[in-house]
Design a protein around this ligand. Structure first.
Ligand SMILES: Nc1ncnc2c1ncn2[C@@H]1O[C@H](COP(=O)(O)OP(=O)(O)O)[C@@H](O)[C@H]1O
Ligand SMILES: [Mg+2]
Length: 226
């Protein structure tokens, strides 16, 4: 049996807005195997980003358990949690979230600056990963000097540079035209197939989801097999 990278069990999350309580995640069970490429699809407002924030340790569930590589996540120590996040998880967002004043090369190196590496080592790693995602020719460009697809490649290199256990991508093609979106999807598929990287991608494009190894649906805070 394949080992589990992520495993969540009966995760619940609600938000209180004034007097009303909104139940966003209503008992989610989801396992992601090591080496898997999983798509999560679902309509707007169904809880996809909230689930991604849980998986990425950006939010704490109200109840339920979460295991990463077999170890139960303990939510009571923020420093342990942020180290875990920095080491194990690479994020890719719809809007890239690159730092505007830094070049592509410098952006990719950001996650490594917390790890006590030398400038030379950071530079070498950044070059390695810009090359891997085919955007090394833009190394010295700032985000405003790149197209959306190019910025997303840089963001993917940044997500990968720290050798995380898993990449979490929240609608990574949502701001891109169809063709560029397909190219980014092909990049994720290649990284999964050739490098064995475990990837979870949120999309509401069923066609992109069908190219993933497996897809699940989230509707109104509940998971269904797609
Ligand atoms: N921090 C928050 N406070 C209050 N409500 C929230 C918060 N985050 C998300 N929600 C609500 O949870 C629901 C699901 O949001 P989200 O997970 O962003 O959905 P999706 O990514 O599928 O569009 C929405 O109704 C949203 O308004
Ligand atoms: Mg969302």
């Amino acid at each position: 049996m394949k080992s589990l990278m992520l495993d969540i069990e009966d995760i619940r999350k609600s938000y209180r807005i004034g007097p009303t309580e909104v139940n966003v995640l209503k008992g989610i069970n989801l396992s992601v195997a090591t080496g898997e490429l999983l798509a999560i699809i679902g309509p707007s407002g169904s809880g996809k980003s909230t689930l991604m924030h849980m998986l990425g340790l950006l939010e704490k569930p109200d109840s339920g358990t979460y295991r990463i590589e077999g170890s139960k996540v303990l939510y009571d120590d923020d420093r342990v949690l942020s180290t875990l996040r920095n080491r194990k998880i690479g994020f890719v967002f719809q809007q890239y979230h690159l730092l505007p004043k830094l070049t592509a090369l410098e952006n990719v190196g950001v996650p490594l600056t917390y790890r006590g590496l030398s400038m030379t080592e950071i530079r070498q790693k950044s070059i390695e990963f810009l090359t891997k995602v085919d955007i090394m020719q833009r190394a010295d460009h700032r985000p405003s000097e790149m197209s959306g697809g190019q910025q997303q490649r840089v963001a993917i290199a940044r997500a990968l540079v720290g050798s995380p256990s898993i990449i979490l991508a929240d609608e990574p093609t949502g701001a891109l035209d169809v063709k560029t979106g397909e190219e980014i999807m092909e990049l994720f598929q290649r990284l999964n197939r050739d490098e064995g990287i475990t990837i979870v991608i949120i999309t509401h494009n069923p066609e992109l989801a069908s190219q993933c190894g497996r897809s699940v649906k989230i509707i109104d805070g509940m998971i269904y097999s797609a």
